[in-house]
Ligand binder design. Structure first.
Ligand code: ATP
Length: 360
């Protein structure tokens, strides 16, 4: 198991800052995900860790070893790519065995050892019996498993996964992310995962680093990032939310009161910050909004009109107009929610998140 440390890592291409001064520790055995929109620098960061790119400045450590300038093949990392990058003229067996065969002498392996390791890797990814097929004779999901087996068979110090599921259909993606997580925990291998899919990141990761425009914006467990976003970019990118701006009225006993911009409306909330500026942002997740039958005595009890309601199976997704504000809310899927009708709601202060109004 290997600990990874990035220290002030920066990489530019011409005048594009692809990775901007990232400092980060990834723990032994951790599944760490870089999540962010297209072009935010996720892949470049992964390629720096693999050794395919050298940073312009900063250092990279595997445990206490400075590997910033170490050749990729000396780092003992293995990468799974979005397009699998299997060799079409080789069978499944040959694809998986390749990495061991080229290191046969160095590792002191016999053909029998190689066979044993390849069959074990194929069993791990549930592909036993398909050794003699060629990649083109496999489904996308099976090809992805071959790519995973090929990466794992060399027992890398670090496993790198670059959008490994994005070519699969939605159902298979969910199945595979469960399996990758299980295999990763079973082997305990330090793993770095890159995706722009927030659900994938939330479900698979021990911790997530959210990136925007080359910078690491916030690092935390999926729960920390979801419940305690420290800026608007994270609140907006991870999960869904209504975001309002306003002025801080008071902060007592952990309860923050905010007057929403352009209204007389006061909302109470909580904050992950020790101190807040005068102007703040308020983040409300749609699932915390509760329909109530009578107006309860709370600042956060509001009356609105249903602007839009959509049955989407497990819930009703709705937008409620409250004066000039629009609030996204999820309601139980059996609740009658009719457009144009009045609705009483409570927004629990403990789930009303108040943060500084910064974007990045
Ligand atoms: P995606 O999800 O679309 O793959 P990403 O978050 O992985 O995006 P990167 O591929 O790391 O982003 O790219 C970060 C920025 O650096 C982008 O603006 C990209 O255009 C630029 N970039 C990446 N590689 C190169 C390169 N070899 N030459 C020039 N610019 C590059």
């Amino acid at each position: 198991m290997t600990r990874i440390r990035l220290e002030g890592v920066t990489k530019t291409y011409g005048n594009v800052i692809a990775v901007n001064n990232i400092t980060l520790d990834i723990e032994k055995g951790e599944l760490f995900t870089f999540l962010g929109p297209s072009g935010c620098g996720k892949t470049t960061t992964l390629r720096i860790i693999a050794g395919f790119e050298i940073p312009d400045s900063g250092k990279l450590y595997f445990d206490d070893e400075d590997v910033t300038f170490l050749k990729p093949y000396k780092r003992n990392t293995a990468m799974v790519f979005q397009n699998y990058a299997l060799w079409p003229h080789m069978t499944v067996y040959e694809n998986v065995a390749y990495g061991l065969k080229i290191r046969k002498k160095q590792l002191g392996l016999t053909d029998e050892d190689i066979k044993k390791k390849v069959l074990e890797a194929l069993e791990l990814v549930k592909l036993s019996g398909l050794e003699d097929r060629y990649p083109l004779q496999l489904s996308g999901g099976q090809q992805q498993r071959v790519a995973l087996a090929r990466a794992l068979v060399v027992k890398p110090r670090v496993l790198l996964l670059d959008e490994p599921l994005s070519n699969l259909d939605a159902k298979l993606r969910v199945e595979m992310r469960e399996e990758i997580k299980k295999i990763q925990k079973k082997l305990g291998i330090t793993t770095i995962y890159v995706t722009h899919d927030q659900l994938e990141a939330l479900s698979i990761s021990d911790r997530i680093g959210i990136m925007n425009k080359g910078s690491l914006v916030q690092v935390g467990t999926p729960q920390e990032l979801y419940f305690k976003p420290r800026n608007i970019f994270v609140a907006d990118f991870l999960g869904r939310s209504s975001i309002y701006y306003g002025e801080l009225v008071s902060k007592t006993n952990g309860i923050v009161t905010v007057r929403l911009e352009g209204t007389e409306m006061l909302l109470e909330g909580t904050t992950p910050f020790d101190s807040l500026p005068g102007k703040v942002a308020v983040v409300i997740r749609p699932e915390v909004v509760k329909p109530v039958s009578t107006m309860i005595p709370s600042k956060n009890a509001v009356k609105g009109v249903v602007d839009f309601a959509m049955f989407i199976g497990d819930k009703i997704e709705s937008r409620i107009k409250i004066g000039g504000l629009s609030l996204l809310a999820y309601f139980p899927n059996t609740m009658p929610v009719r457009v144009g009708e009045e609705i009483l709601l409570h927004i629990p202060p403990e789930h009303t998140i108040v943060i500084p109004p910064v974007q990045e």
